[in-house]
Every structure is written in C-alpha cells, then in structure tokens.
Design a protein around this ligand. Structure first.
Ligand code: NZQ
Ligand code: ZN
Length: 386
C-alpha cells in the first residue's frame, strides 16, 4: 500500500426527511445564497423543503445553473454574492449545481485578476466560502469531495479545480429525491459512479487488499441495484444503496494507498466540451476502448474484476480480462447507454486530432496511472471509440 493522508470533513445527513435538519447546520447569522439548476427542485417539492428549513435565516436565491456548470452564468452569481454580502452558500442540485457552488466558494474569496485563472492555472483552494449541499441526483460524489469541473462554452473548455477548502460543510442525502429523476439521468448516475470506481481500481495489482474490496463492493452494489432503480425509482431501499454507493465511489476513501488512472475522465471531459454529450455517456464511450488499448498494463486487474465483480470463472488471465471489458460495456448498454461516439454525433471526424492537440497545448503529455499515456495514445483511443 502506498503512503497516504486522509481527511474528509463533510458531515453527511442521510435519509428521508433530513433536509429539515439544515436549519441547525447553517449559522443563524449567515447571509445565505441558495443555488439551484434549471428548476426541477421547484416541481418535486425539494425547494419547499429547503425554504421551510431556512425560514428563520436570511437568504436569497440564484437559479439557472445549467448541466455542465457554465462559467459565464456563475459570474452572474458571483456578482450577486458580492453585491449582497453573502456569507454562506447552499447548493441544491446534482453535480453541476454543487460544482458551480464550489467554484463560487473559491471565487468569492479569490483576490487575483480573473477567477478563470483558478481553473486555467490549477490554483488549489485552501480556504473557500463555507457551503453545504442538498443532493438531488446521485452520481458525481461532489457532495462529499473537494473537486469541481467547470465549463466555458465560449472556448469549449471543461476544466477541473479543487483543494481542501472545497469540501461541503454538510451534505443532505435523502434517497427520496431520486423519485423525480428522469430515467436517462438515473442511468447517467449509475454509469458515472461505476466509472469513478473503475478509475481508482483498474490499474495494476498493489496488494492494497482492503481498497480492492471496497471498490469491488461498490461496483457489485451498483450492479445489484441498477435494474431496481431503473424499474422503480420509488424503491427506497434500492435508492438508499444507490445514493450511498455514488457518494462512497468518489469521497476519497477508495483511492487512498493505490494508484489511480483518471484518463477516461480526462478524455471524456473533452467530448462534453466539444459536443455537450452528458458526462457519464462520454465515460461509457471511452472506458472499454481505454482498457482494450492498455490491455497488457491492466489485464491483471481486469481479470480480478471479472472474477470478483462479474463472477466470471476461468484460469486464463487474457480471456477473463477480455470478458470483463465486454461485460462492462454490456452493463452500460443495459442502462440504455451507447458506447460509440458516432451514436451521439454525426460529425465526429477530427475529434481525435483536436483532443490530441489540446492535450499537447496544456502539457498533458503523460496521463493514466503510469503517466505514460501520450496525446498520440489518447487520439488512438478516441479513434477506436468513433
Ligand atoms: O437543472 P435541474 O432542473 O435541477 O435538472 C437537472 C439536470 O437537468 C436534473 N436533476 C437533478 N436532480 C433532479 C433532476 N431532475 C429531476 N429530479 C431531480 N431530483 O438532472 C440533470 C443533470 O444534472 P447534473 O447536476 O448536471 O448531473 P450530474 O449530477 O451528473 O453532474 C454532472 C456534472 O458533474 C461533473 C460533470 O463533469 C458534470 O459537469 N462531475 C463532477 C465531479 C466532482 N465534482 O467530483 C466528478 C464527476 O466525474 C464529474 O466530472
Ligand atoms: Zn465522473
């Protein structure tokens, strides 16, 4: 096991009816800005629960943060924070709203020239404006981690940011919120969380036995509950396991002491930036071919995953590893998720070359667990995924 430090300060309030508890979690003298997305919270009762809980607080609201939180929209919220002297942010939404709130948490206290520099120059946020979250869509794990991904449509960029100052103070995980999530977004959530585990697991054997078991158990749980969630999002028991699995998939725990990959996300983000394909779907497009392309480096772990997660039996490492890749894509297909770029966009020629060029420009010359996956390799994986 590799050396590691682990600290996760986010308080989780899990279960039906927990939104009411935010009253006690936000300082009484805070000036609160409630941030939300396109309005789903207005029709599913979540907004009422939040405003009821804030009845004795001073709060204002900002809606309209789009999926793949857009920098220009967030600048409007930033101006409001400054104008109204806001002191506490409350994200009510999925990964996009929570990530947008993290950006604002950082930007509100940033003293440099342009807040875009936080993303462009990879500035770590040591201290941000305090914020909490009411999660409405299990998927990203943003509710219990310190990372965010922000989009800038004008330049077709989608860049990450983070730092210890960006953990939510608290996050409410109420599994009943998933009742109103469209099937497409449920499929996205399952796929995103599943791929988060893969990114932290599908590397090479390191004898970190417990982390492997943690990762495998999250994937097994997602596989088990996926058909139940897709068939009936009101199944509270399945919704609970789904929600907690998504959080545990990316709250830092399973990545401690092990190498991590994250190439699928690095490539996937480019597909969202270029074509606005849902985040999770870009991962499904890339993951299988990433594992095919890097087969020799990853086959030991692929074979272990085949046996332990998919219960595929056999002695031949190569055969098991190949079966694992097929099974993973079949799982995505079972959720209605396509795994080829051409199934999402008709004009995809040149994507590989343009992503290759961007990675070179950014100096991303070696990604993946060995830091050896070059822009040329990235282009080859994208071409395999057309
Ligand atoms: O905007 P509203 O009207 O709320 O509708 C949203 C949105 O259209 C809807 N939705 C959310 N909760 C709902 C609901 N509809 C009905 N009922 C509910 N309870 O779902 C749509 C998608 O929401 P979004 O927040 O965009 O989805 P998700 O949670 O998948 O977040 C995706 C974003 O997170 C980033 C992605 O890149 C993408 O920008 N990620 C963040 C990560 C992190 N911070 O750790 C890691 C991930 O890998 C990912 O990159
Ligand atoms: Zn993701």
């Amino acid at each position: 096991m590799l050396n590691f430090e682990f600290k996760n300060p986010t308080k989780i309030l899990f279960g039906a009816g927990q939104i009411a508890k935010i009253t006690a979690e936000i300082p009484k003298d805070a000036k609160v800005l409630v941030l939300y997305g396109g309005g789903s919270i207005k029709s599913n009762g979540i907004y009422e629960q939040v405003t009821k809980a804030l009845a004795d607080h001073s709060y204002i609201t900002f809606g309209g943060i789009p999926a793949n939180p857009e920098y220009e929209v967030l600048l409007e919220a930033l101006a409001l924070i400054k104008k109204e002297a806001v002191t506490f942010l409350l994200a009510v939404g999925g990964g996009s709203v929570i990530d947008g709130t993290k950006f604002l948490s950082s930007a509100a206290l940033y003293t440099g020239d342009s807040p875009w520099d936080i993303l462009k120059n990879g500035i770590r946020t040591e201290v941000g404006m305090p914020f909490g979250a009411v999660l409405t869509l299990p998927a990203t794990g943003s509710e219990m981690n310190s990372g965010a991904v922000i989009t800038r449509a004008a330049t077709q960029e989608k860049l990450g940011m983070g730092g210890p100052g960006l953990f939510p103070i608290f996050s409410v995980l109420d599994p009943t919120v998933i009742q109103s999530i469209p099937t497409k977004q449920l499929a996205n959530g399952i796929t995103d969380a599943f791929t988060h585990v893969l990114e932290q697991y599908m590397t090479f054997p390191t004898q970190a036995l417990l982390q492997d078991r943690f990762a495998e158990s999250i994937m097994q749980t997602l596989i088990e509950v996926a058909p139940r969630i897709m068939a009936n999002p009101k199944d509270y028991k399945a919704a609970s396991d789904f929600m907690w699995s998504c959080t545990m998939a990316l709250n830092g725990l399973i990545q401690k002491g092990v190498p991590t990959d994250w190439a699928v996300h690095a490539i996937g983000h480019e597909l969202t930036a270029a074509y606005s394909i849902d985040h999770a779907r870009t991962l499904a497009i890339i993951a299988g071919n990433h594992y095919r392309y890097n087969f020799e480096a990853k086959k030991e772990k692929l074979a272990q995953y085949a046996q332990r997660v998919w219960n595929i039996s056999g002695e031949d490492t190569d055969a098991l590893a190949h079966a694992a890749i097929e099974q993973t894509e079949a799982f995505f297909h079972s959720l209605g998720i396509d795994t080829k770029l051409s199934q999402y966009v008709s004009q995809y020629e040149g994507t590989a070359e343009s992503v290759q060029e961007r990675f070179i420009q950014r100096g991303w010359l070696g990604i993946g667990e060995h830091k050896t996956l070059s822009p040329t390799d990235v282009a080859a994986i994208i071409k395999m995924s057309y």
